[in-house]
Write a protein that binds this ligand. Structure first.
Ligand code: GLY
Length: 339
C-alpha cells in the first residue's frame, strides 16, 4: 500500500449551472427514470434506466452499452452518470468496458452517492444473487457534488445517506467527534447538518481511496458494517435502504465482537444506533449464506471490519461456526432474532 496519497479523485462542489455545463460536454448521459422526471431539464436525451437496485444487472448494463454503440460513441467521448449509487455503479462499469474504457463523470443526486458510491471509482453490477460481484476500479474524470439535489429526496433516501455518513464518520477521530456533536440533529435528518457531515465524509473517502485505490489494505475500512449489512440486504431482498442495513450491520457486528470494542465507545455507538435501527430479526442461517459469499472473505473465513475505538478499525476473521454463534448471541441480547 502506498504511504502517500496519490491524487486520483477530482471532486468539485458545483452549482446546478456548472453541472448543466459539464453535462453539455457529454456524448451520453445515463440516469434513472425518477431522476429524469425531476431534473430532465439539465439532461435532454438522457438514457433513463428503471430506478432501483434491480437495475444493477447484466441486462441493463448491456442496454447501456447498446445505446452507446447506437449513438455512435467513440473513444474520445465522455459519458455522465446522474443519479444515486445504482446509476454511478453501472454507468462507471459501462464506461470502463466500452471500447476498453472511455471517460465518465459522476453527478450524484443522493446523499449516499455524494459521500460514498460516486467517489473512488468502484463500479459494479450484482450477479448470480451476489452484490457487486462483477465490476472494475475505474475513476470518474470528475465528481460534481451539489447537495441541493438532496432537498427532493424522500426520508428513506436520507436515512440511506445517513447510514454511509455514520459509517464514514467512524473512520477518523475528527469525524467521529463531529458526528457525536451533531448526532441529535442529524438523526432528525436535517439537511444542513447532513450536508456538513457529508462534506467531512467526502474528504475522508477521497483520502482513503487515494491511499489505496485498489483496496489492497486501507480501503477495506470503508466496509465497516457491510459484512452483516450486505448479507441482511441480500437475505431480505433489499426491503430497506442500503444505509439502514449498514447501520444495522455496525450495530450487530459491534455486539458480535463486543470484547474487542472499547466499552465506553461501544455503549456510545449502540445508543446512537438504536435510535436509528433495531437488531435484525433475520435468522443466522439466512445471514450466513450471504456472508459466506462476501468478496472480502479469504480461506473460508468471514471478514468483518470492526470499529474498535474512535477513528480505529480492526479486521476480524471468523469461521462460519463462530460467526453463527456470535450472531445468535448478539441478536438475542439485542432482542432481535426470530423470537
Ligand atoms: N463503498 C466502499 C468503497 O468505495 O470502497
Amino acid at each position: 500500500m502506498p504511504k502517500k496519497a496519490v491524487k486520483v479523485n477530482n471532486v468539485v462542489f458545483a452549482s446546478r449551472s456548472e453541472i448543466a455545463h459539464a453535462l453539455g460536454g457529454c456524448a451520453m448521459i445515463v440516469t434513472d427514470r425518477n431522476v429524469k422526471g425531476l431534473y430532465g431539464e439539465i439532461m435532454p436525451n438522457a438514457f433513463a434506466i428503471p430506478a432501483g437496485e434491480k437495475s444493477k444487472c447484466k441486462e441493463v448494463l448491456f442496454d447501456i452499452l447498446s445505446e452507446m454503440s447506437k449513438r455512435g460513441l467513440d473513444r474520445g467521448d465522455r459519458i455522465a452518470a446522474v443519479g444515486g449509487g445504482v446509476v454511478s455503479d453501472i454507468t462507471g462499469l459501462a464506461a470502463s468496458l466500452y471500447m476498453r474504457g472511455i471517460e465518465y463523470i459522476n453527478v450524484p443526486t443522493t446523499v449516499l452517492g455524494a459521500v460514498d458510491a460516486g467517489i473512488g471509482g468502484k463500479t459494479a453490477i450484482d450477479f448470480d444473487g451476489r452484490k457487486n460481484l462483477v465490476g472494475s476500479f475505474y475513476m470518474p474524470k470528475t465528481v460534481y457534488i451539489d447537495f441541493s439535489f438532496a432537498a427532493s429526496l424522500p426520508r428513506r433516501e436520507l436515512m440511506c445517506g445517513l447510514g454511509e455518513i455514520f459509517k464514514t464518520c467512524l473512520l477518523t477521530r475528527k469525524t467521529y467527534d463531529l458526528l457525536v456533536s451533531k448526532f441529535d440533529v442529524a438523526a432528525e435528518l436535517q439537511l444542513d447538518i447532513l450536508e456538513e457531515l457529508a462534506r467531512a465524509c467526502v474528504a475522508v473517502k477521497c483520502e482513503v481511496t487515494e491511499r489505496d485505490f485498489r483496496e489492497s489494505g486501507l480501503r477495506r475500512v470503508l466496509n465497516v458494517g457491510h459484512t452483516v449489512g450486505h448479507a441482511l440486504e441480500s437475505a431480505n431482498k433489499n426491503d430497506k435502504s442500503h444505509g439502514e442495513y449498514v447501520l444495522t450491520g455496525i450495530l450487530t457486528e459491534c455486539a458480535m465482537c463486543g470484547e474487542l470494542v472499547k466499552s465506553e465507545y461501544r455503549a456510545e455507538l449502540e445508543e446512537m444506533l438504536l435510535r436509528l435501527v433495531k437488531f435484525p430479526r433475520t435468522s443466522a442461517g439466512g445471514v450466513l449464506k450471504y456472508a459466506l459469499g462476501d468478496k472480502k472473505n479469504t480461506n473460508g473465513e468471514i471478514e468483518i471490519m470492526l470499529p474498535v475505538a474512535a477513528g480505529e478499525v480492526a479486521c476480524v476473521r471468523l469461521t462460519a461456526d463462530d460467526f453463527v454463534e456470535r450472531y445468535n448471541l448478539a441478536v438475542r441480547g439485542g432482542r432481535g432474532g426470530n423470537e
